[in-house]
Design a protein around this ligand. Structure first.
Ligand SMILES: [Zn+2]
Length: 73
């Protein structure tokens, strides 16, 4: 109902990217604590780069793993 609560849900993407002003960042964090929708959204958003990292690590691990496997045979 307050005018400052304009589309605060939409700030979740900006928050995940870390492009919010300090003021907006803090305001969103406070909103996040009481908004399960944004918590779920943030989790999905933050899982994307995490997923990429996991894939990369898995790839390089399996590459070296394959090399070791071949060398040991
Ligand atoms: Zn929200």
């Amino acid at each position: 109902m307050s005018p400052s609560s304009r589309d605060v849900h939409e700030d979740v993407a900006a928050y995940a990217l870390g492009v919010l002003d300090e003021e907006d960042h803090q305001a969103f964090e406070r909103h996040l604590m009481s908004c399960e929708e944004c918590q779920a959204e943030l989790r999905e958003l933050s899982e994307v780069p995490g997923l990429l990292d996991a894939v990369r690590q898995d790839r390089s691990n399996s590459l070296t793993g394959t090399d070791d496997d071949r060398a040991s045979r």
